[in-house]
Design a protein around this ligand. Structure first.
Ligand SMILES: [Zn+2]
Length: 146
């Protein structure tokens, strides 16, 4: 059973990571028409106001992430200090920007947004369908996410 976000929950999910939680939260965007997919991780280091975006560059979903940039509204602003290979970063930006805009407009159509079944904010395992739809546990969902 896939952990799929409801479209209206995609942007709140990306902005959810609690400041200082190193592993952040991971989102995989899958395009069923093209078979394309990209996995990105959102995290907010201590003292940072914005959410940083890492792009998955290898096959290990724990370690193979490289810093690409910062989330600004619904856009990934690529950083000059990015560690992610340029081509991969540009592809991730294209996919993520499109996905966030489409999610905001309530029109995701061909892409699905998958997560790991853990709360985006605190990392606890999600069990009920409502929580899996939102990517947040009941306690974290009731708190305001900055
Ligand atoms: Zn939580």
């Amino acid at each position: 059973m896939a952990n799929e976000l409801a479209p209206s929950n995609v942007l709140p999910f990306c902005l959810a990571p609690r400041e200082g939680r190193r592993s952040g939260c991971t989102l995989t965007v899958v395009n069923d028409d093209t078979g394309g997919r990209v996995t990105v991780r959102f995290r907010k280091p201590k003292g940072f106001k914005s959410v940083l975006v890492d792009v998955m560059t290898g096959s290990d979903n724990e370690t193979d992430f490289a810093f690409a940039g910062t989330l600004r509204g619904t856009e990934l602003a690529l950083s000059p200090k990015a560690k992610c290979p340029k081509e991969r970063a540009l592809f991730a930006k294209k996919v993520l920007d499109w996905t966030l805009r489409a999610a905001e407009a309530g029109d995701l159509r061909t892409v699905r947004c998958l997560h790991e079944g853990r709360c985006a904010r605190c990392g606890r395992k999600l069990t009920v369908p409502e929580s899996i739809d939102s990517g947040l546990g009941p306690e974290c969902r009731s708190k305001k996410v900055a």
